[in-house]
Write a protein that binds this ligand. Structure first.
Ligand SMILES: Nc1nc2c(c(=O)[nH]1)N[C@H]1C(S)=C(S)[C@@H](COP(=O)(O)OP(=O)(O)OC[C@H]3O[C@@H](n4cnc5c(=O)[nH]c(N)nc54)[C@H](O)[C@@H]3O)O[C@H]1N2
Ligand SMILES: Nc1nc2c(c(=O)[nH]1)N[C@H]1C(S)=C(S)[C@@H](COP(=O)(O)OP(=O)(O)OC[C@H]3O[C@@H](n4cnc5c(=O)[nH]c(N)nc54)[C@H](O)[C@@H]3O)O[C@H]1N2
Ligand code: SF4
Ligand SMILES: [Mo]
Length: 752
């Protein structure tokens, strides 16, 4: 499979964001000459954003680590892999011996979800480390949506996806796909798909405190007060009941629990009761409710500006409640469940019923927050490190994460990381976070590894499968990312610095196949496990490629090792480098349900229990404070692509946007540096005065603040910006999921 071309064209899926665009990469003399969109890609049809072509610059970036670094007398020095592994063994075993495994915390960052190596072998690393102290970027991101999907439909992958390609009406809250290209809604060229809604006579309504790029293109912009979305949606649900507009549809009704509970819970949320706290007038709320109900099809979609707020879970829940009440759940043009080729939680087990979803099996030492998806929320991470006593974290392993720029109250987290006994990072850069690491283990560049979006294709607006082999060979002596993760896990388990990742790989595939042949719902149930492993291995494939082959063959379109000869396998995907289109999303209820009752739980008790807090919010309006929100830019990607000159050059983008009324009231003029202060920190940023933001709200993007010592980011250092998470407050979180509030932080702003 890896016959690398020295001169020719390679096709691969862009791994940088959820859109997963197809790239056409021209290779000349063994290096990348040009990257453009693959016009024949079955999903992206040639679309590409400015970041996609910079995989070349990322690969060539002299600051990108090619060798492990070990910290000696406070300075990072390059070492050979053997030496790095010995340091890892020494450091981890020391902490384990003295304090036990739970003294090690792990943090998985966002690129892990875009990375085949970590999606297949991240688990091997985590299991090897064997700690309960697991953290990830989920709790500054999508966790509430997964929690409500779990409670309502049975698994954390049961997230209804807005059918933007067929809908007549899209109500979008807290998302700006013109900058982000979408999230939990894999849709290359999201902007083009929105424009198509308008072109076919449909309507797009954007709810956002900022007139974002998306709001500017939409049919209508509703400037909501940050944190107001759950009230807004509750009032819509109220109107649907009060005005006799509820119609869940004959296909859903027999499978639905909790409709009466919802009716009762929404009773008090009349539009007039919430308009002040959400900032959207009662007549508008009524009109939107009627438009949603009357549209031939409609879908409500909420993202980061809804999940990372004080009501993250309740908002995520009400999104799907409104979709259900208007008859748009599981309907074409409404919200549907993806049927992913590599399978997953919504395709496994008995169709229509399951174990259901549980969380809160454990609670954190600090603040007593519930475990969710096997993790604790990052809101407590710094305190879990800094607070002495039984269970204190003494070591950290970060995998593709930059929490110093991405987690709340990052000033405190920065100090906490500096106090650890030992830290290992698997990362491509020496940056704000990894500068605290005793050992940094760099994976190869994104063009030097295979790719398949195991996770994100489970949330796509079409059923699509697309495998990309590595474009460029590994450098001499460079392990692949999956090998690094497997070896890290093995060393943590005590296998020693010479542990061979191939052993973990063979065990992992044997275990995957072994459980499939025992699973009555698998298409290989009852087959001989050893025979299947031998057949998978006969191609010479190992690691992620072998695993993906198995997942595809046993997935919903799979060839079941010959039982369905027309079905999918890795060979089929490799023969179709522009991807395989498996069609538009189709209704999946009741088969998709995995709750214990076998029904959709429209009113889970954990969410009903939050309704009183929501009601209290309707009357707790504080007009005095400014509210800080974030924003994204198409040329940026969270915290880590600021070392690429073509992306960061131009006028500074890390500015505080402020409405002219708020600026005037404080005697602030355009371009001036202003001091932004929250309960936990202060930053000095240039102000940008604009009426594209609601008065009372200010916006600062996250992921900047590169001017710290001890990093190796020469370009990012020149365009440093400030770290907005110095301002976000770890005491503010959604109590249902523990997810941090990153939007709607009370701040004061004054001329600097
Ligand atoms: N205020 C505020 N804060 C936010 C947000 C917000 O909207 N506002 N958004 C939140 C969201 S949605 C997210 S997802 C998080 C992201 O938070 P994190 O995941 O903590 O941070 P990233 O900025 O994605 O940093 C990724 C790290 O992975 C490294 N990296 C990149 N590619 C690879 C790879 O292939 N392998 C390995 N091993 N390392 C790699 C980079 O060098 C970088 O160190 O930030 C959150 N923080
Ligand atoms: N270019 C680029 N693309 C990215 C990323 C990136 O950093 N840069 N990050 C990737 C990641 S990890 C993710 S998770 C996705 C996120 O993708 P999106 O969810 O689309 O995130 P944003 O673009 O930050 O848009 C969030 C919007 O919410 C608004 N908002 C803030 N507070 C509120 C509120 O209380 N209510 C409402 N209704 N709106 C509010 C903000 O003004 C903003 O316009 O993007 C991904 N794609
Ligand atoms: S939109 Fe996302 S996937 Fe597409 S080219 Fe840009 S960064 Fe890559
Ligand atoms: Mo994210």
């Amino acid at each position: 499979m890896n016959g690398f071309t020295k001169n020719g064209t390679a096709l691969r899926t862009c791994p940088l964001c959820e859109a997963g665009c197809g790239l056409e990469i021209t290779v000349k003399n063994g290096s990348v000459a040009r990257i453009r969109g693959d016009i024949d890609d079955v999903f992206s049809h040639g679309y590409i954003c400015p970041k996609g072509s910079t995989l070349k610059q990322l690969h060539d970036d002299p600051d990108r680590l090619r060798k492990p670094l070990v910290k000696r007398d406070g300075v990072h020095v390059e070492v050979e892999w053997d030496e790095a592994w010995r340091e890892v063994e020494r450091g981890l075993s020391d902490v384990i011996t003295r304090h036990g495994r739970d003294a090690i915390a792990t943090y998985m960052g966002n690129p892990s979800a875009h990375n085949l190596g970590s999606m297949t072998f991240g688990r091997v690393a985590l299991q090897g480390i064997g700690t309960r102290q697991r953290y990830s970027a989920s709790s500054v991101d999508q966790a509430p949506k997964q929690l409500t999907g779990g409670l309502m439909f049975g698994t954390v992958q049961s997230v209804p996806i807005p059918d933007i390609d067929h809908t007549h009406y899209l109500l979008m809250l807290g998302a700006n796909p013109y900058a982000s290209n979408g999230s939990l809604c894999t849709a290359p060229d999201f902007p083009g798909r929105l424009e198509a809604i308008l072109a076919r006579g449909g309507k797009v309504v954007v709810v956002d405190p900022r007139r974002s790029e998306t709001a500017q293109k939409a049919s209508e912009w509703l400037p909501i007060i940050p944190n107001g979305d759950a009230l807004f949606l509750a009032a819509i649900a109220h109107v649907l009941f009060a005005d006799g507009l509820v119609s869940v549809g004959a296909h859903i009704a027999p499978h639905l629990n909790g409709l009466d509970d919802i009716r009762a819970a929404m009773e008090r949320f009349a539009p007039e009761a919430v308009e002040r706290a959400c900032g959207i007038g009662a007549p508008t709320i009524r009109r939107i409710a009627h438009e949603l109900a009357k549209a031939p099809t409609a879908t409500v979609y909420g993202r980061i500006g809804t999940t990372t707020t004080a009501f993250g879970s309740t908002t995520s829940w009400l999104v799907d409640v409104v979709n259900t009440l208007t008859g748009n759940l599981d309907r074409e043009g409404g919200s549907l469940f993806t049927l992913p080729a590599a399978g997953g939680a919504t395709t496994k087990g008995q169709p229509g019923r399951g174990k259901g979803f549980a969380y809160g099996k454990g609670h954190s030492r600090i603040k007593g927050l519930p475990e969710l998806m096997g993790e604790f929320p990052v809101a407590i991470l710094a305190d879990e490190i800094l607070t002495a006593g039984d269970g204190q974290i003494r070591a950290m392993v970060t995998l593709a994460g930059n929490p110093v720029l991405s987690n709340p109250n990052s000033g405190k987290l920065d100090r906490a990381l500096a106090s650890l006994d030992f830290m290992v990072s698997v990362d491509i850069y020496l940056n704000e976070t990894t500068r605290h690491a005793d050992v940094i283990l760099p994976p190869p560049s994104h063009l030097q590894r295979d790719h398949y979006d195991v996770f994100l294709l489970a949330f796509a607006v079409r059923n699509v499968a697309n495998y990309s082999p590595a474009v460029l060979p590994l450098d001499e002596g460079q392990p692949d990312e999956w090998e690094i993760l497997a070896k890290l896990g093995m060393i943590a388990q005590g296998a020693g610095a010479n542990a061979d990742p191939a052993v973990a790989d063979d065990m992992a595939i044997a275990s995957l196949v072994g459980s499939a042949v025992r699973d009555p719902s698998s298409n290989v149930c009852g087959r001989d496990a050893e025979e299947l492993v031998a057949s998978l291995s006969s191609t010479g494939r190992r690691g992620p490629a072998r695993m993906i082959d198995f997942m595809l063959r046993t997935g919903p379109y799979g060839d079941a090792f010959g039982a369905a000869p027309e079905g999918l396998s890795l060979d089929v995907l490799l023969a179709n480098p522009h991807g395989v289109d498996l069609g538009a999303l189709r209704p999946r209820i009741p088969e998709v349900i995995r709750t214990a009752s076998g029904r959709i739980e429209l009113a889970p008790p954990q969410l009903l229990a939050d309704v009183d807090r929501l009601w209290a919010h309707a009357t707790a309006v504080d007009d005095d404070k400014l509210m800080l929100i974030g924003r994204r830019h198409i040329r940026s990607n969270n915290s880590w692509m600021h070392n690429i000159k073509v992306l960061v050059k131009g006028k500074p983008r890390c500015t505080l946007q402020m409405h002219p009324t708020d600026a005037d009231a404080r005697g602030i003029s355009a371009g001036q540096a202003v001091r932004v202060r929250s309960r936990v920190g202060e930053v000095l940023a240039p102000v940008e005065i604009t009426d594209d933001i609601r008065p009372g709200v200010v916006s600062l993007p996250h992921g900047w603040g590169h001017s710290v010592a001890g990093t190796r980011l020469s370009v990012a250092g020149e365009y440093a910006g400030v770290n907005s998470n110095v301002l976000t407050d770890e005491d503010l979180f959604d109590p249902v999921s523990g997810t941090s509030v990153l939007n709607g932080i009370p701040v004061a702003v004054r001329a600097g």
